[in-house]
Design a protein around this ligand. Structure first.
Ligand SMILES: Nc1ncnc2c1ncn2[C@@H]1O[C@H](COP(=O)(O)OP(=O)(O)OP(=O)(O)O)[C@@H](O)[C@H]1O
Length: 176
């Protein structure tokens, strides 16, 4: 069945601002914020805790099973630092947030990330790993790269996504 509301992934390196964007976007649009971090923890979609990285080892099959029914209905904002596991058919827009190294360093240091995790995340942002992953996994025209260093940039990103959403709904209504 066709979705009457789209599904959006907000992705990027940890600390770029995914959750901040997803929460505000949900508030402004009524779409549902799906925090994958919370689902992995609360619904136990993991194979245990990684001490070195201080994070859960995700069981992707379990995770997809846990969210499938909800996401297939549409109207979800999926918030996570990976995107290639979500089936193409579920997704209408992929927003990849980006930030400069100095800003990311400050945000991750403030969170007291373990050194190994901090360095890996900084390297991953410099190498645009998430942007490449998004471009390899989804059609080019649904992947959007947006800067997220300042509150002004976040505001402008939210306005852009809202405009996209309005257009999507008009197109979708016209098509049915
Ligand atoms: N555009 C922005 N301007 C200013 N501060 C921001 C912006 N985006 C995020 N921040 C700040 O950066 C920190 C990290 O943001 P957030 O938790 O939203 O990132 P995240 O990408 O969801 O991280 P994680 O992947 O670890 O969940 C927060 O303190 C948030 O307030």
């Amino acid at each position: 069945m066709a979705r009457t509301s789209p599904n959006i992934i907000i992705t990027g390196t940890p600390g770029v601002g995914k959750t901040s964007h997803a929460e505000q976007l949900a508030e402004r649009t009524g779409l549902k914020h799906i925090s994958i971090n919370t689902i992995v923890k609360d619904r136990e979609c993991h194979e245990g805790w990684d001490e070195e990285y201080q994070s859960w080892i995700v069981d992707e099959d379990k995770l997809l099973d846990a969210i499938e029914d909800e996401v297939k209905q549409g109207g979800c904002i999926i918030d996570w630092h990976a995107c290639d596991l979500f089936p193409k058919s579920w997704i209408d827009l992929v927003v990849v947030l980006r930030v400069d190294t100095a800003t990311l360093y400050d945000r991750l240091t403030a969170r007291k990330y373990p050194e190994v995790k901090l360095q890996e995340n900084i390297d991953s942002e410099i190498m645009q790993v998430l942007l490449d992953e998004a471009r390899e996994s989804y059609d080019e025209e649904i992947v959007v790269e947006l800067q997220s260093a300042t509150a002004e940039e976040m505001d402008s990103n939210l306005e852009r996504i809202e405009a996209w959403l309005k257009q999507w709904k008009e197109n979708n209504a016209a098509a049915t």
